[in-house]
Structures are given as structure tokens and as C-alpha cells.
Write a new protein. Sequence first.
Length: 239
Amino acid sequence: MSARILVAEDDAKQSRLIRVYLEREGHAVQVVADGRTALEKARAIRPDLIVLDVMLPYVDGLDVCRILRAEASDVPILLLTARSTEEDMLLGLDLGADDYLTKPYSPRELTARVRALLRRSARGAAAAAGDALLRVGDVELDTARFEVRVAGRSVALTSKEFSILETLAREPGRVFTRAQIIERVFGFDRDVLERTVDAHMRNLRLKVEDEPNRPRYLETVYGRGYRLADGGTAAGGDA
């Protein structure tokens, strides 16, 4: 799958390495070295994916992510971070990143993460055959157009949020554990924090629910996991 990828990395050695490995995969790669230019290029060239270092000059990667999501951009974002604490990683997800890599990382793992994100991106969904329209109560997903509506209201989701919601919508009422969501959404065998799922679910509720603290659709089944209901009953907060 060839894609246009924007790489925002101020370390010249790292950016060259990333470019080499992504170009070997057949991607067209553009590299910038600061957050301000990353925002300008993201708006101008509309990349299929952004590889985004957190520690950038002028505008840091977290603010770049926050600004793009505030502009309703659904481009998949892979964060590169030297901040290895769980709280730092979850902050990136809360701001709308789809995935993260902690430095130092293997270039082969980076390319694997990029492949996984591209498969689940809007363009990957548009190319998929089969049942494109899913309806569960007031929740409607068009997987071909990467669109979500709730009670007629359009909702903008990141690619990971969309994939989680699609997973639940394909089997409404079924309880998915965090481990099952990780397996289906993240796609390849690696160590993903279960709290990563909680962070995405929290963001989904903020976008989908009228009252995120009393969800009607994205229900918690205590001690088990999450399910998508038809909106008939209110549910709890944290599993």
C-alpha cells in the first residue's frame, strides 16, 4: 500500500533513517523538522499518515496533534516519544494520536506500525468490500466513507476510535474485553497497555455520548470490558 507520509522529526539522523525505511516500503515521504512547518504541510498536502516526534521546535508534537484534531483532521498519527511513562503515552492518545512508539525503537517496528495504521485508515476502509453500513440503534457507521452519525449528528473520529467503534458495532451487545479489542484493532502481536483502550473509549464517549459520564451507547460491563448497546439504558463509567 503506497501512501503519502509526512515525517516531523528534528533529529536529522533519525529522519533520514525513517525516510529510508518508509521509501523502501514504496511510500512517498516528506520530512520537516519543526512543528510549525508540520502543521503547514499537513494542511497543504493532506498526507495519508503523519509520523510525529513529540519534542519538536516552535510547536511540539502534542500541540500539533491537538490542533489537527481540533480542525477535524482524521489523518492517522503515529507519535514518536522519548517519554516512556504511561501517563505521557496516554496523554498523546487523549489528544487524538492513533499509536505511539517509545524511543529508541526498531525501524522495522516503525514500518509495521505504519502498515497497521494505513490498513485501518479512511482510505483502507473505503477500499474494503462488504457490509459498509452498520446501524446499532441511533449509531450509524459508513465504513466505506469513514463516517459516523449518532442520532443524525455527524461525529469525527480518529482511525483508531473508528476501528474500536466498528469492532463493537459488528457484534452489538457482545462484551469485548480490553485484550480482545487490542487484538482486533491494533492488529499485530505487541505489548499494548490495556489502559490505551480505556483512553480511546474515554475519547469515544466524549464524542458519541450526550452525557459521557452516563453513557447510553458505549457501555461498561464491570470487570469484563465494553459493548455497544442500542441506547436504551444508561451504563457505568469505568470497567
